[in-house]
Write a protein that binds this ligand. Structure first.
Ligand SMILES: NC(=O)c1ccc[n+]([C@@H]2O[C@H](COP(=O)([O-])OP(=O)(O)OC[C@H]3O[C@@H](n4cnc5c(N)ncnc54)[C@H](OP(=O)(O)O)[C@@H]3O)[C@@H](O)[C@H]2O)c1
Length: 232
């Protein structure tokens, strides 16, 4: 998202570590440098890590409004809707949704053993959890007329190069990101006259990630941003 216009408010899923954490801090740095107003809703399941992030953001940019909300994206769309509405009440209109929460699959050949549960969880989180978040976000945007304002609205989906390439023993992860790409392309078509931008992010490198036990701060992510369609 380098060089992209800074929105005044963001709702980020999976902000407790890795890319979501780094993005929240980056938004705060850019807003501070531009002396621009910024409100961030940072969400994930681990509230303590989110509170640490909140402290780090306020250290960077004390004027930033930061709302911490616990959210499990697999908890169902009603829980996601409630979370978005609570954030709206706490911070005002939300213009950009960074739908980032996701898990890595344990590498496993298809049919190798009887442990399918991890594959199911990857689809549940990366695909169904992401779809539910996007659905709730678009509903919120339209219901609250966010897209009618001059700034418009923006949905950013965190995909992966694995959504375009094949990785042996990574079937569920590849499927989750390939399907997510298609889902976001359909969204871009459906909202083409609605002043809602849709962007698919595809991190290019295998970055360290907490879900496979690596250090959350050890990398500077590189992104391939594919704006499916900009605001109308
Ligand atoms: N790192 C890479 O190399 C890479 C490459 C391509 C794509 N990506 C994508 O980038 C996104 C972020 O990954 P990352 O590398 O930053 O990994 P990470 O450090 O493991 O972070 C994943 C984030 O997702 C959250 N999360 C996981 N399950 C969740 C759930 N059920 N509900 C809500 N939040 C959940 C985690 O928070 P809690 O555990 O606190 O809930 C955490 O904040 C993922 O979608 C991933 O597929 C990463």
């Amino acid at each position: 998202m380098a060089g992209a216009k800074l929105d005044p408010s963001y709702f980020i899923t999976g902000a407790s570590s890795g890319i979501g954490y780094a993005l929240a801090l980056e938004f705060a740095k850019r807003a501070r440098n531009a002396n621009a107003p910024l409100a961030l809703a940072i969400t994930a399941r681990r509230e303590e890590a989110l509170n640490d992030l909140r402290a780090a953001i306020l250290e960077v940019y004390p004027a930033c409004v930061v709302v911490v909300k616990r959210l499990d994206v697999t908890a169902g769309i009603d829980a996601i809707r409630t979370c978005i509405n609570d954030c709206h009440v706490a911070m005002g209109p939300i213009h950009c949704f960074v739908v980032n929460a996701g898990v890595a699959a344990r590498m496993r050949e298809i049919g190798r053993d009887d442990s399918f549960a991890n594959d199911a969880m990857v689809i549940q989180t990366n695909l169904l959890g992401t779809m539910a978040t996007v659905d709730a976000a678009v509903h919120y945007i339209k219901q609250n007329g966010i897209n009618q304002s001059g700034l418009g609205a923006h949905i950013v989906g965190m995909s992966s190069v694995s959504g375009s390439l094949l990785f042996l023993r990574g079937s569920s992860y590849c499927v989750s990101k390939t399907a997510l790409n298609q889902y976001l392309r359909v969204l871009a078509l459906e909202t083409r006259s609605d002043n809602i931008a849709v962007t698919i992010l595809k991190p290019l490198t295998p970055l360290p990630r907490r879900s496979v036990g690596l250090d959350r701060h050890a990398h500077q992510p590189t992104y391939c941003a594919a704006p499916v369609r900009d605001r109308a």
